[in-house]
Design a protein around this ligand. Sequence first.
Ligand code: ASP
Length: 434
Amino acid sequence: MRKLALHWQILLGMFFGVLFGLLCSQFDWGKSFVVDWIKPFGTIFINSLKLIAVPLILASLIKGVSDLKNIAQLSNMGGRTIGLYLLTTLTAVTIGLTIVNVIKPGNTLSDATRTELLASYATDAAAKQSVAAVQQEAGPLQALVDLVPSNIFAAMQDNGNMLQVIFFAIFFGIGLVLIPKQKAKAVKDFIDALNEVILKLIDLIMIAAPYGVFALLAALIAEAPSADLFKALGLYTVTILIGLFTMIVFYILLVRIFTRKKTGFFLKGISPAQLLAFSTSSSAATLPVTMERVHEHLGVEEDVSSFVLPIGATINMDGTSLYQAVAAVFIAQAFGMDLSLSAQLGIIATATLASIGSAAVPGAGMVMLVIVLAQAGIPEAGLALIFAVDRPLDMCRTAVNVTGDASVSMLVAKWLGKLGKPKAKNWDDHYPGK
Ligand code: ASP
């Protein structure tokens, strides 16, 4: 019998995870059972993905940059990448603002629900606010200062410093391009082999993906707040989902128009990364798989994918920026505030910057939302209103973030004549067991 394709295995894992979580929630002991005995396997799965994120960025980005013929090629690719990332983020915020102004989900929240939500999530909201406060205190050039690490090992130490690792990898790669070829050879060969090993590790981790997502979703359901709160925030959730769906259509059109690739080809190629992004809520944890899919299944040459994707995972968060715009206006509406046009234009700017500054980890978008709220003069305590549904929305926006990165990498590759035929023929090629 033919082995079930990996995306079906992952989908089945998700389905049974939800089912198992729901089942366990029916018993008093269910929640602690899931937390003690199932959740740890999900955590191990995410950790194993995160484990290879830094070595992967280092090896693939150094390889990517050093494969370039000259530095002009690098600045060419860099300029296009950043330009396209900005463009897609601005589009996302604009779509979000338009939809939230049309649907006006905040106006439907009853006074009773508002008071209940504010009371139940006040502490959680305060925790996010205090994390954001640290970022708010920083000067205007702090982001630039943070880009350059003073010690590469310190930068590699926790996965929160991806941009510093990227900076080092590009800098190191430039050095490799500039020295004579025969001298660079030994280092390049080593980096090439390292890259191969890491790609193999991704294959191995992906064997466990169906079980990993099972554990993650079972825990998520068992720990979810009461269903009534979900209902109260239904229209807000629907507004964001419509926005995120519109973004996916936007990417499909972009890819279709500019690369002439079929929608099915694109979605099939990127779907394992989307499923993983959905299950882990982390673009950084998903990065290894995104890189593999984009290169092997969407035909983006490695020097482009290894440059565009790690940068995208850290700075291009279209789903997050859309969510921040919708959430800010929703909170304002719920408090009966009327946002002027200039306040809304301000939200476009701050949500774009806040999404760039959001770390690629679960819940990061909400921390940066505090900054958007503060700029627009919207009460930050309003975070408590949206807390209950943040995790499921985080899952969806992360899937959009990853799709955005993949689309831009295809566009950049096409632009530079580096979009070829995919290496993999079957959907789950490159995975062992085939
Ligand atoms: N979880 C998102 C990501 O990793 C960031 C966020 O919106 O919270 O892309």
